[in-house]
Design a protein around this ligand. Structure first.
Ligand code: SF4
Ligand code: SF4
Length: 101
């Protein structure tokens, strides 16, 4: 099956690469990817000492009951495959793939 592509107004053919995975082991929760995503795909969550996800209270104290913060894919279906998140990530956490590839 050939990959899903988009023909730009210039005539150039562009292949979107959609977000597949964020490596929780390498993510430092810096939030850079969250700021550049135009689609609201991403969400910062806390991980407790057992690796379970806990909600982060944006107005809460820093010493809440999580060990570390990691970025997660909350709304993957809204991704447009721009790869801005991957390009800004300092820890190379992202895996992307073209549709149908
Ligand atoms: S590829 Fe683009 S739209 Fe998809 S999660 Fe990354 S920044 Fe958001
Ligand atoms: S930019 Fe990379 S290291 Fe920073 S929160 Fe996003 S995935 Fe994690």
């Amino acid at each position: 099956m050939s990959a899903f592509t988009v023909t730009l107004p210039s005539g150039e053919v562009w292949t979107p690469r959609f977000v597949q995975r964020i490596d929780e082991a390498t993510c430092i929760g810096c939030g850079r990817c969250f700021k550049v995503c135009p689609q609201g795909v991403l969400e910062l969550v806390g991980l407790d000492e057992d690796g379970e996800r806990v909600m982060i209270d944006p107005d809460g104290d820093e010493d809440e009951e999580y060990e570390k913060k990691v970025m997660t894919i909350a709304h993957g279906g809204k991704c447009i495959g721009c790869t801005a998140c991957s390009r800004i990530c300092p820890k190379k956490c992202y895996t992307h793939a073209a549709l149908g590839s």
